[in-house]
Every structure is written in C-alpha cells, then in structure tokens.
Write a protein that binds this ligand. Structure first.
Ligand SMILES: [Ca+2]
Length: 218
C-alpha cells in the first residue's frame, strides 16, 4: 500500500485554486453587447431608432442598423462628442473582488467609406474624470481590447464608446472580470509548492485538505 503524493506544482496549483474559489465571480455584467435585442426600439431593419436595451446614449434615428450579417450599433447616432461628451455607455455594476478586467469589441465601417474615428474606455465609479484604460483614436475597423489590471474591489465600472468622425458601427462588445488571487493566499500556494518540493512530511496533512488520499485497491 502506498500513498500517492502530489507533485509540487500541482500542490501549489490546488492552493491557488482554493484562493480563487474563495471569491464569487466579479459582480459585473454587460448586456446586449451584440445589439441583437431590439426591444423598445422604433422602426425596423434596415434602421431602428432609439437607444438599444441595456445601453445609455442618444435617442436619435438610425441608431441601430445592420451590416448585412448582424445587427450593429451606429456610433454616429448613438454617441457624439461634438455637442459635449456624451458617449454610448453601460454601467456594469461593482467589482466584489480585486480583478483584472478586459473590454473587447468590434469596430465596423459598414455604411459608407468616410474615414472613421472612435474612442473607447473603461471608467471607474461612473465618472469620466479618469479612466482605467482607453483607446482614444481607432481609425481602422477591427477587433480591439482594453485591459485594466488589479482593479480594486468596490470599483463601479462604466464602459463606453464615442465617435469623432464618420459612421462607425459597433458590435460584439464583451467584458470579462477575472479575480486576482490575494497575495497572502498566493504566498501560501508558493509555500505549499516549496514544501512539496522539499518533501516535508507535513505536506501529507496539506494534501488531505485538498484531495482525498486514496489507497490502492486490494
Ligand atoms: Ca450584432
């Protein structure tokens, strides 16, 4: 009969997982990032009017259209900074734990060939006074991401987009918040890995905390 031992990296990884599982996933949610929910909008394809569900913006005509394949937000109508800074935005809720957050989105140029210029940002605490990360001058259609690391628990998050020129479309907006392990918990993970590497006898007790120690079948 022998007792299986954890390899050092696995032992550390198990503790790291325990660190992460101690936190609920961050309480932030982005809705209607694909602009497919057209409830409450006026008109119908090829153009809707009004502000799409879940978003805040200008209630103009021609706010939501199609690029031929998907329903798309029209930043020329939903967001404009020519009369003041009024982006298309969403408030996502408040982080419940230290997190790294990433906003990903697709900028399109579906309706004409006029040069486009778009800005995007993640803001803390629903103000525009400072940002957690931003892309101020997107001029080429494509997929873009903004990441902010180590955003503290208790931070209310707002994401938004604005248009400086042209008729840019926006689609496939997504937001991911990944909890950052607390340093003390990760220090424990490293200590466990080190202990396992040294084959200390007290590791057996740590192992039993995270995995049942199974004996070989008779
Ligand atoms: Ca869409």
């Amino acid at each position: 009969m022998k007792t299986p031992r954890l390899i050092p990296s696995l032992a550390g990884a198990l503790v790291a997982l325990a660190c992460l599982s101690g936190h609920a996933s961050a309480a932030v949610t982005l809705v209607n990032g694909d602009f497919e929910n057209t409830a409450g909008l006026g008109g119908g394809l090829p153009w809707y009017s009004g502000v799409p569900a879940g978003w805040n913006g200008a209630a103009n005509n021609y706010t939501v259209g199609t690029d031929g394949a998907s329903t798309v937000g029209n930043l020329e109508q939903l967001a404009d900074v020519t009369g003041g800074f009024n982006p298309l935005y969403q408030d996502l809720g408040t982080l419940d734990t230290l997190s790294t957050v990433t906003l990903t989105f697709v900028i399109l140029q579906p309706w004409n060939g006029n040069p486009i210029e778009v800005g995007a940002a993640i803001w803390p605490n629903t103000t525009y006074a400072s940002d957690l990360g931003f892309l101020p001058k997107i001029t080429t259609p494509g997929t873009y991401s903004i990441t902010a690391a180590n955003v503290p628990a208790g931070t209310a998050l707002r994401i938004g987009f604005w248009r400086n020129q042209g008729s840019p479309g926006i689609d496939h907006v997504s937001f991911v918040a990944t909890p950052v392990p607390e340093s003390s918990c990760m220090a424990l993970a490293l200590a466990v890995a080190a202990a396992a590497a040294a084959e200390r006898t007290d590791l057996v007790n740590l192992e039993s905390t995270f995995l049942p120690i199974e004996n070989e079948s008779p």
